[in-house]
Design a protein around this ligand. Sequence first.
Ligand code: VGL
Ligand code: ZN
Length: 242
Amino acid sequence: MSAPGAYGATGSPGVSEPGTAGAGAGAGTTIYTGARDVLIVVDVQRDFCAGGTLAVPGGDDVIPVINRLVPLFGRWIYTRDWHPGHHVSFSKQPEFRDGSWPPHAVQGTAGAAWCAGLEMPMNAILVSKGDDPDHEAYSAFQVKRLDLAEFLRLRKVERVFVTGLATDYCVRQTALDARAAGFMVLLVEDAVRGVAPDSTASALADLEAAGVLRVRSRQIVDSGERPPAAYDEHGDPVDRDD
Ligand code: VGL
Ligand code: ZN
């Protein structure tokens, strides 16, 4: 393999080290980011942070961790929940579980805005989801007008680093969908927070069973390698000498 790049010092990708708890990449293992990586930032929006209608405990704590990770990558996808005023998941007596949420992340409202202090490269890709009033969409991979998996595949993405809110819902679904689409998926465990302890624990179990690796942000180091600036419609890098 060339340069630290794609898998870096993680050794054989997808294999957790013996003796480590959970599907970790090994507590002391360094993971070098490279040209075939994408950072996905899930739903870091005001309604999921302190003072929001669906505030996730500790939700704001992911912001500095994500901000530190951003410059280690060359491609970024920021997803946002973007519900119409009436959405199938909204409930007047919300139970704060799947299918019964308080109104949140309503298009154009302050609660749908990105959290204050969240850094975002101007060439990040933004994906809105959940805008169909009749269907829940926890993951950007479920957005029908966009084949996100194919988009990433064509651009030679192999590894997806998942951060954001909330571990037990949108983060979980995003990571599972990325795995199902064949990507190596790394959940950055200090860059995510969950709505509730029980559902978060079962989400982490689901992710482990699916082969999602758990890493801490401090393990992630920049190799300096970056993807080509552009690809053509066949997924070949565009080389311009002019
Ligand atoms: C989410 C509940 C409802 C999330 C979105 O971003 O995890 N959770 N809508
Ligand atoms: Zn939602």
